[in-house]
Design a protein. Structure first.
Length: 135
């Protein structure tokens, strides 16, 4: 009974959130995409769990990293060599940020861009590979 109730609550909550967007859509993603397009120079790339989403309709070269794709613990960042890393302020991605900040082969700078999407803070961090061997 408890599990059924929890599932029903989760479904109702999900429908409520979806209905809220349909009744008053947010266009935060379009603004973030435009901002990121202005940040990245021609030929630069952006990696992150949400990078492909924010690259839609732009010239941004995006690579999905996280969420089971190119898992950062399995695929070293210097192998992929993105120019910027887009991370959300969620526990999994904050742990990843702390892990990569301890690297001695590349450096993650302070955020070059910050925004909020659906109530979640995101930031684009420049990546410097000057201490990493060339690919």
């Amino acid at each position: 009974w408890l599990v059924s109730g929890m599932l029903a609550f989760a479904m109702i909550r999900s429908l409520y959130i979806d209905a809220g967007f349909l009744l008053s859509p947010t266009y935060e993603s379009r603004k973030i995409s435009q901002d990121l397009s202005g940040l990245l120079r021609t030929g630069e790339s952006l990696a992150g769990d949400w990078a492909p989403f924010f690259a839609l309709g732009t010239e941004i070269k995006a690579l999905r990293v996280g969420g089971g794709y190119n898992d950062p613990q399995e695929v070293p960042l210097p192998l992929l060599r993105p120019d910027y890393l887009l991370l959300a302020e969620v526990p999994e991605q904050l742990r990843y940020l702390e892990m990569i900040r301890s690297s001695d082969t590349y450096q993650i700078g302070e955020p070059a861009y910050r925004a909020s999407y659906i109530g979640i803070k995101i930031a684009a961090y420049p990546v410097d590979y000057s201490g990493s061997p060339a690919r």
